[in-house]
Design a protein. Sequence first.
Length: 376
Amino acid sequence: MYPLKKGKFASQAHVGLPEGTYEEEHGRKGFYGKSAHLYHTHPPTDWIRFEGKLRPHCLDLNQLQPTDQRDPEGAPVAFLGNNDVRLYVSRRAKPMPFYFRNADGDELLFVHRGEGTVETDFGTLSFEPGDYLVLPRAVTYRIVPSTEDNFFLIVESKTEFEQPEKGLIGQTSLYDPGIIVTPDPSPASPGARSPRGNSEWEVRIKTEDEFSKVFYPFNPLDVVGWKGDLTVWKINLRDIRPIMSHRAHLPPSAHSTFVTEGAVVCSFVPRPLEQDPDALRVPFYHRNTDYDEFIFYHDGDFFSRDNIKAGMCTLHPRGIHHGPHPKALANQHKKTFTDEYAVMLDGLNPIHVLPDGEKVEWKEYWASWSPQPAAK
Ligand SMILES: [Fe+2]
């Protein structure tokens, strides 16, 4: 019975669109499920106004001021979230004077800016820009930055961060699991003083968004060995080797890095653009039928979005369209390469802008697809 075809359509998705049309992919289950391609005569982002709460969001996360930026005792600030995931920014400038344990969720910590180490039950890992650190729920850790101007994007998830199923493309595609770094046991030296310079070690535990504290007369990071398939691990964006097709634009799901029960995290890294003269080189329009889509812009030239700078993020809720900005659409055949680095998170359930996020929102973002974008 399927596929059905009616009217004017391209013979294959994202290739050789009928003259004067704008292609939309109307798909289910992110980019994994059934889909239809609709050939519009206007860009579906050419709206003139909105009523109600539903609209695209853009936040300038550079303007957030988490308390850990000025106070070593402080904490990250949450700016978006739902019951599956919550997103935070940490700007921690000084080493944590305490050890931290998040019993509310697993953490994926993306290093946008900064260097240092993270001490954990399993040992110590160094970090640098572009690193993803996976910190399973209830692991005890301490961030020890060696730089002061730091910026971490933290995804807290109720369920574990797993590696994606790689299916037809094979287990070593996107990234070879052999590139994953895990820590070696590095127990604290006997006799060493606590981070506060005394003989009492604090473990601060977050449960149901409240902090409790446990104190020890010794360093609790005293593990001399570990085994098993649960650990802290890291991978850097530069280790991700994206797959692409020279003849057709692949969907964002081709860039999946982590999956949870409520979200998919994808990494966009530099790659050549499609070479086929008929192939679309920018993301197709879509209305996010089953997911809300968050993108954090890490580095490079954000080709398909005007007025977006590193450290900003966008949230495109289900039900309304998004797609390339007009300049990107017009210039797509002049470019041969994309050099953007970005982290995308697709949320299965609606993601909300939290009060601290609203304070740094670019309120006119919804109008930025018009030929003369609203001033920021
Ligand atoms: Fe999208």
